[in-house]
Design a binder for this molecule. Structure first.
Ligand SMILES: NC(=O)c1ccc[n+]([C@@H]2O[C@H](COP(=O)([O-])OP(=O)(O)OC[C@H]3O[C@@H](n4cnc5c(N)ncnc54)[C@H](O)[C@@H]3O)[C@@H](O)[C@H]2O)c1
Ligand SMILES: O=C(O)CC[C@@H](O)C(=O)O
Length: 387
């Protein structure tokens, strides 16, 4: 039996299924793995029992992924699984910030008791005249799963789309409409744009990437949309730009102490991924990643270890070593196996950044002494006997 601890509401209806051989536990100390969403794990004491964490969603700034890598804990996310949901809400924000929809609805509610409301609404509507998206320009910062979909959708709406992503993947570059114009600096992306939408992860080089300088480059009456993370914008600069009328509207998914007090701001409850479809997609992807890792040692979509697959564990034994990406690890591992006279059927080694993963199948089970000797190799973080 394998044990799973869920943190956060993974889906609205609470339905999460791992299938036979798995049980949910309430005490994290009894769990092999964690399935989670947005809870902040910085400062959280992770029990030794935990071997893997799957984040249902894209952003992993709530998880200390490098610290966990050094504990031999593989962290997964679910790339792309909620991107359509975010794209649709961003499109909604483009419309809401351009057409006075909310203001017009508020007017109707406030005047509900007026017996002549039908006639007076015709007179009131001039206050809510907006502008069309067609022909306007938009900069999309970050052209990954969400940004590439937003960029393509905006191009389909007839907008002039400018994309900025110095690290764009080949896959997302292929997926991008030919109508999306690529720019090579953030400044060129922002200059004279009517709309600016952010789709980058929160990391050292993106924190406060949008501040006074970038906001000042935008066209008059520009709209800023942040469905990425609250850290990406300098909130003081956005507040000042709104109050000075330098930008017209701000749409954000993050209700912070500062955004809730800003004028002309649409704020949602971190709901970019808030659809049943996105929740189900994220949960399905995260569960299959965890199951393949727990049952076979295979890694797909990890944010702190390399991808690695040897298919189903069919040999007598499968062992995985999680270790630092330093020279002579394979030499040391095979030297221990040679001492035990173990016959290795298959072996694979992959690395990513500071971390590496070595997995092998043997004809017979390794004895406890051999496993202990593997654990004693310097720079090995964890040894897993998968089978
Ligand atoms: N509001 C929500 O509910 C919600 C849902 C999904 C994602 N998000 C946030 O949006 C972010 C993007 O999501 P995604 O699924 O598109 O992720 P992704 O990893 O597919 O795409 C991120 C893109 O940002 C690019 N990038 C990284 N650093 C950059 C920089 N300095 N300048 C420009 N581009 C840079 C990357 O190259 C990549 O193409 C996530 O990290 C998460 O924080 C929020
Ligand atoms: O879990 C959520 O609801 C939000 C997830 C989202 O912010 C993400 O980064 O994918």
């Amino acid at each position: 039996m394998r044990y799973i601890k869920t943190i956060d509401d993974i889906t609205k209806d609470g339905q999460v299924t791992f299938g036979d051989g798995y049980e949910f536990v309430t005490e994290v100390e009894k769990a092999d793995a964690i399935l989670m969403r947005s809870t902040d794990l910085h400062g959280y004491e992770l029990p030794e029992s935990i071997r893997a964490i799957a984040r249902c969603g894209a952003g992993v700034n709530n998880i200390p992924i490098e610290e966990y890598a050094k504990k031999g804990v593989v962290v997964f996310n679910s790339p792309g699984a909620n991107s359509n949901a975010v794209k649709e809400l961003v499109l909604a924000m483009l419309v809401l910030s351009s057409r006075g929809v909310v203001q017009s609805m508020n007017w109707v509610r406030e005047n509900a008791a007026d017996p002549d409301i039908f006639v007076n609404a015709e007179k009131a509507k001039k206050a809510f005249v907006g502008r069309e998206l067609k022909g306007k320009s938009i900069a999309v910062i970050g052209l990954g799963n969400v940004g590439s979909k937003v960029a393509n959708a905006c191009a389909d709406l007839g907008m002039d789309v400018y994309g900025y992503d110095p690290f764009i993947s080949v896959e997302h570059a292929w997926a991008l409409s030919q109508k999306v114009q690529r720019v090579s600096t953030l400044e060129d992306a922002c200059r004279d744009r009517d709309y600016l939408t952010l789709h980058v992860p929160s990391k050292a080089d993106t924190i406060h990437m949008i501040g006074e300088e970038q906001l000042n480059l935008l066209a008059p009456d520009a709209v800023l949309i942040n469905y990425s993370r609250e850290t990406i914008v300098d909130e003081d600069a956005v507040d000042a730009a709104l109050r000075a009328g330098r930008i017209a509207w701000f749409a954000t998914d993050f209700a912070t102490q500062k955004t809730v007090l800003m004028p002309n701001t649409f704020i949602t409850t971190h709901s970019g991924a808030g659809t049943g479809e996105a929740e189900a997609n994220c949960a399905d992807m995260a569960i299959s990643e965890l199951k393949d890792y727990l049952e076979n040692g295979n890694i797909a979509n990890s944010v702190n270890y390399p991808p690695c697959s040897m298919g189903k564990a069919r040999a007598a034994s499968r062992v995985a070593c999680l270790h630092a990406n330093v020279p002579n690890m394979i030499g040391q591992i095979t030297a221990v196996l040679a001492r035990d006279n173990a016959n290795v059927q298959r072996m694979t080694n992959e690395s990513a950044g500071e971390n590496a993963y070595t997995m092998f199948d043997t004809d017979e089970h390794l004895d406890d002494e051999t496993i202990e000797a593997l654990k004693q190799i310097p720079s090995i973080y964890r040894v897993r006997v998968i089978k």
